[in-house]
Design a protein around this ligand. Structure first.
Ligand code: 3PG
Length: 212
């Protein structure tokens, strides 16, 4: 275990599911983060896929003390820096590039980059990372691929994301090389749009009680 990996894991603190959020309306960010935290999922990933994302991160970081807000869909160093400056406690990327690794080296904010192939995983490992996002999980061989990596890449652990839902979450969490999983199913767009925070809290509670 390297210090970068340790820092990231201690932030996530054993949380089994990291909600992956796309915030269309910035006013939803704070009540959504509060509902997820009440349901037992304080660590959340707000993706930079909407114009509101950075402001959403800023508001959650400033107003929701119980939340651990991270930024997702970070593609380059400039986005890494903006997301960190907005108050992100961790940074998630769908892939791994030299530029991103170097941005992470220059920052105290830990990076969870995506890796799918043995070569990508080995490149991340060489950079001192032992905990990676496996994305898009279902489309990239899912559980069978992760099982195949467990022996040859034994010291690398994963957070699979992409195509995971309440139906297959427990199967992913049962894998020896999976620490947590990520997904959007705990905060469906229609519930967010309708402000159904209690229903989101209930989805979060069900996800937070999933255990390895
Ligand atoms: C991600 O960015 O991690 C994924 O898009 C989340 O995938 P999901 O919507 O299939 O859960």
């Amino acid at each position: 275990m390297t210090s970068k990996t340790e820092k990231l894991l201690s932030l996530l603190d054993g949380q089994p599911v990291i909600p992956v959020l796309k915030i269309a309306n910035v006013a939803d960010a704070v009540p959504l983060a509060r509902a997820l935290a009440r349901g037992g999922l304080p660590a959340i990933e707000i993706t930079l896929r909407t114009a509101s994302a950075l402001e959403a991160i800023r508001q959650v970081a400033a107003e929701v003390e119980e939340a651990i807000v991270g930024a997702g869909t970070i593609l380059d160093a400039a986005q890494f820096e903006k997301a960190a400056a907005a108050g992100s406690r961790f940074i998630v990327s769908p892939g791994i590039t030299r530029e991103l690794l170097s941005a992470a080296d220059d920052s105290n904010v830990p990076l969870l980059p995506g890796a799918i192939t043995p070569s990508e995983i080995m490149a991340a490992r060489e950079a001192g990372l032992r905990f990676l996002k496996f994305f898009p999980a279902e489309q990239s061989g899912g559980i069978a691929s992760l099982k195949a990596f467990a022996s040859p890449l034994a010291d690398v652990k994963f957070c699979p994301t992409g195509g995971i839902s309440g139906k297959n979450a427990a199967d992913y969490l049962a894998l020896s090389n999976v620490i947590c999983i990520g997904g959007s199913w705990v905060a469906p767009d229609e519930l967010v749009k309708a402000g159904k925070w209690d229903e989101i809290e209930a989805l979060a509670r069900a996800a937070s009680t999933l255990r390895k």
